[in-house]
Design a protein around this ligand. Structure first.
Ligand SMILES: Cc1ncc(COP(=O)(O)O)c(C=O)c1O
Length: 407
């Protein structure tokens, strides 16, 4: 669908690995960057590399406007009500920590329940472990089937649940969680809902108002943007009460020698220090690119590719697939009798980049009954030709061949 124009936009697609064309299937870890994103970053450093919100001169006004325009664009991209609801962070991890520490520590008490899943990325569970330890709140997990799909939430959404925090899309299994209904039912019992959108925002059209989600976190680098930049969306009313993670320049309206500090409103109060200006402008170029292609088209194309790969893989007796019914571009699999890392190391010798392991979801093995998997994760620039070549290699993989790599 996008094949040939994309080769022009993504220079890395013209690169080779181990003498083979690069087959980049590690998009859930991070994505390649189009030229327009690289250009936006280098334009900042080459043409107008000044600070924002502080300089009383023309270039600073211009870059301040560019950053605030980028914030407006981001609000439109996820359909936030206002740009003040968009907080730039260093990534999904910082965004999720900000909510856990800023909301969890301030609002939870002994016995309150934090409801989550065993499929969470470390970034959306470790901060809550800390909140639970400090407040006496209790973490409970939604039940899942052996494919990692949530089987029940209604019976767990009781009055003692104060926070529901979960991935919109799982980074290991690619399931799109039934978040619309979970949010509705969570609100009925008075809980707030935080969605980790790190794996959904790059692939699906996000509408935070339609979801009625309270907080929503995602990263730029997983959606064509630069590393080191991400977003926390929060409903305006909740952001007014949310405590910032960091204090410093730009976040306060004034302070005095007695330590009395008056904070600014959102987003400034959460963004102390010089922001990652190049990152924000690069992220803006990324969403421009995604908008031009169209999020609906991207999701449909990824599903088509996924099904194409899945149909071929499921015919192979030596392959176990852990997420046969996922509705996104992730396939988690193992080759029987070969350690996942050895499989991926072998595949890399043919130009394929895949990740092996537990993918930072370290308690999910209880559910899917394996400690680690190979993860093939697709994005808009992948092609059926790459998948054909991948299938040719994996269909003949044997333990002997993977061992031979080391001799
Ligand atoms: C579901 C999920 N949440 C959070 C993160 C953390 O993202 P970042 O490392 O960009 O902060 C990841 C990264 O893999 C992820 O997949």
């Amino acid at each position: 669908m996008f094949n040939n124009t994309l080769k022009k936009d993504f220079k890395m697609l013209n690169e080779t690995m181990e003498g083979y064309p690069l087959g980049y299937f590690d998009n859930a870890a991070t994505t390649l960057k189009p030229q327009s994103v690289i250009q936006a970053i280098s334009d900042y450093y080459e043409k107008y590399s000044v600070n924002i919100h502080r300089g009383d001169y023309d270039i600073s006004f211009k870059v301040t406007d560019m950053v605030e325009k980028a914030r407006d664009n981001m609000a439109t991209f996820i359909n936030a009500q206002s740009a003040d609801e968009i907080i730039y962070t260093s990534g999904a991890t910082e965004a999720l920590n900000l909510v856990a520490m800023g909301y969890g520590l301030a609002n939870l008490q002994e016995g309150d329940v934090i409801l989550t899943t065993e499929a969470e990325h470390a970034s959306n569970i470790l901060p809550w472990f800390e909140v639970a330890k400090k407040t006496g709140a209790i973490i409970k997990y939604l039940p899942m089937d052996e494919e990692g799909k949530i089987t029940d939430y209604t019976s767990l959404l009781t009055q003692d649940v104060k926070v529901v925090t979960m991935a919109h899309v799982s980074n290991v299994l690619g399931h799109i969680n039934p978040v619309e209904d979970i949010i509705k039912k969570a609100h009925e019992v008075g809980a707030i809902v935080i969605l980790d959108g790190a794996q959904s925002t790059p692939h699906l059209k996000i509408d935070v108002q339609a979801l009625d989600v309270d907080f929503f976190a995602f990263s730029g680098h997983k959606m064509l943007g630069p590393t080191g930049i991400g977003v926390l969306y929060g409903k305006e009313k909740l952001l007014q009460e949310l405590m910032p993670l960091k204090s410093g320049g730009g976040a306060n309206a004034r302070f005095n020698i007695f330590g009395e500090v008056v904070l600014k409103g959102s987003p400034a109060k959460f963004e102390a220090g010089t922001p990652h200006i190049a990152g924000i402008l690069g992220f803006d170029a990324a969403i421009t690119y995604l908008n031009e292609v169209g999020m609906d088209k991207i999701h449909a194309y990824e599903l088509e590719l996924r099904n194409y790969a899945y149909e071929a893989l499921k015919k192979m007796d030596h392959i176990t697939i852990y997420n046969p019914s996922a509705q996104s571009g992730i396939i988690s699999f193992n080759v029987k009798g070969i350690f996942s890392q050895d499989v991926c190391a072998y595949l890399s010798k043919f130009g394929f980049a895949l990740r092996a392991g537990n993918h930072c979801a370290k308690v999910l093995h209880e559910v899917i009954k394996t400690n680690d998997t190979c993860r093939l994760s697709l994005y808009l620039y992948n092609t059926k030709e790459e998948i054909d070549r991948f299938i040719e290699v994996i269909k003949d993989i044997t333990l002997e061949k993977t061992i031979a790599l080391y001799i």
